[in-house]
Ligand binder design. Structure first.
Ligand SMILES: Nc1ncnc2c1ncn2[C@@H]1O[C@H](COP(=O)(O)OP(=O)(O)OP(=O)(O)O)[C@@H](O)[C@H]1O
Length: 214
């Protein structure tokens, strides 16, 4: 239930979301809500459909059934996802020949956000001028997290965000997540390892998928 005085519906409402991949029903009428400042931990075994769910909510693929609805205080209900979400997939998507700063510059400019603050948040300021190809796996992942910060999006969709991060970087990442939530931001996060995310709601996807054809 929303905590906003003028809004009865939750900020994001995912209703009976179904997705078919190949000939299998990977997501079978999945429903959940996310409100301002909330975090959802999306878990389930390999192949359960976690990445599929994130990519669908991100608008990167169409659902085969159900609705993804945003409820705004001023404009009411809408199914337009694009400007509100930032998606971090398994790929870090940094161009190897460009420096870290060059890789992130456009996102910062488009959104009017501070490149320096984002790099500082993931402890990468000192490496800003290094070509991305020279960064370690964990440093690249931190660069990808910096890009999420730079989008200024309301909802973060993070697919195994801590892959390759060392203990210090995981702790720092926990601070980044907490700050986003404190500012009213929302997140849906998949992970196979524990993350420093207190007061998180859990959404567990089951292993079994229905075969549509036999
Ligand atoms: N292009 C595709 N065509 C057919 N089936 C696919 C395709 N891509 C993914 N799948 C299937 O969809 C199911 C869900 O995959 P998804 O990557 O969403 O799972 P996941 O829960 O994120 O898994 P993991 O924990 O391994 O990351 C899997 O059974 C996978 O084999």
């Amino acid at each position: 239930m929303s905590t906003h005085p003028h809004r009865i519906a939750p900020r994001l409402e995912v209703r009976d979301l179904s997705v078919i991949r190949g000939e299998r029903l990977v997501l079978d009428a999945v429903s959940f809500n996310v409100d301002d400042g909330e975090a959802i931990l999306l878990t389930g075994p390999n192949g359960a459909g976690k990445s599929t769910l994130l990519r669908t909510v991100a608008g990167l693929r169409r659902p085969d059934g159900g609705d993804i609805l945003w409820h705004d205080d001023e404009t009411g209900e809408s199914d337009t996802t694009a400007p509100r979400v930032a998606y971090l997939g398994h790929q870090d998507a940094l161009k190897p020949g460009l420096t870290l700063a060059e890789n992130l510059h456009l996102t910062a400019r488009l959104n009017g956000t501070s490149l320096e603050a984002a790099l500082e948040a993931v402890d990468l300021l000192a490496l800003a001028e290094l070509p991305a190809r020279l960064l370690s796996a964990g440093q690249k992942r931190r660069g990808a997290i910096a890009r999420i910060l730079l989008t200024d999006a309301r909802l973060w969709l993070l697919d195994e965000p801590s892959l390759g991060l060392d203990a210090d970087a995981v702790e720092r990442f926990g601070t980044v997540l907490a700050r986003h939530r404190a500012a009213g931001g929302m997140m849906i996060v998949t992970t196979h390892v524990p993350l420093p995310m207190p007061e998180t709601r859990k959404l567990v996807l089951p292993a079994q998928h229905r075969e549509l054809f036999s």
